[in-house]
Ligand binder design. Structure first.
Ligand code: AP5
Ligand code: MG
Length: 189
């Protein structure tokens, strides 16, 4: 299996690039942010509980997202692999993911981390906020909070994969196609 963690700060292009990667390599896209927003739209208990954290730009508790990912992996047993987008976001989630994949006799192949300048992140997210309907894109305070949480709580995940020799830094500035090309080179090398 080809199992990729597509990593990077809010607005780095994880969702945009995941769509292209899954199409080219025939993989399943698992985005915890998308799953949580779907739960919210369906007004499930999980969605309503998660909304508090999401609107504030904070992380939803590890147990909640780990449980979600576990059932999605089970639902797609026969796939060629997964692109994990927005997960893992803590070392605890990374450890849980390794355990889950091990129980399916597979593992993470690589972690691709999109590097994008701070000002570009803000620009992309405020621009999307005009029509995305995402409450967490609407004001720069929440956007800054999400980036802060990424820097403090999520960047330690890089060390986790670097230790396993799976971390690759990817230039995430430029056009969508240029960045996609950078990802394909890394995937195939
Ligand atoms: P999540 O949905 O994962 O949001 P995020 O990490 O903040 O990132 P985004 O989805 O905003 O950005 P992206 O990197 O996908 O970029 P995109 O391609 O959209 O998480 C939301 C919340 O859910 C979290 O804050 C947390 O509360 C909760 N959550 C989710 N997962 C969790 C977990 N594992 N643990 C705990 N809590 C969790 O691009 C952004 C914009 O830029 C788009 O408009 C796009 O069109 C544009 N764009 C993309 N590429 C380019 C380019 N090259 N040039 C110009 N514009 C571009
Ligand atoms: Mg996204």
């Amino acid at each position: 299996m080809l199992n990729i963690v597509l990593f990077g700060p809010p607005g780095a292009g994880k969702g945009t690039q995941s769509t292209k990667v899954i199409e080219k390599y025939n993989l399943i896209h698992l985005s915890t942010g998308d799953i949580l927003r779907a739960e919210l739209a369906a007004k499930t208990e999980l969605g309503i509980e998660a909304k508090k954290y999401m609107d504030a730009g904070e992380l939803v508790p590890d147990e909640v997202v780990i449980g979600m990912i576990s059932s999605k992996i089970d639902e797609n047993k026969d796939s060629k692999g997964f692109v994990f987008d927005g997960f893992p976001r803590t070392q605890k989630q990374a450890l849980a993911l390794d355990r889950l994949l091990k129980s399916k006799n597979t593992a993470i192949s690589m972690m691709l981390s999109l590097e994008v300048e701070h000002n570009e992140l803000i620009k992309r997210l405020l621009n999307r906020g005009k029509d995305s309907g995402r409450a967490d894109d609407r004001n720069s305070e929440v956007i800054e909070k999400r980036i802060k949480v990424y820097n403090s709580e999520t960047t330690p995940v890089i060390e986790y994969y670097d230790y396993q020799n799976k971390y690759k830094s990817i230039a995430g500035m430029g056009t969508i196609d240029e960045i996609f090309n950078n990802l394909c080179v890394a995937i195939e090398s």
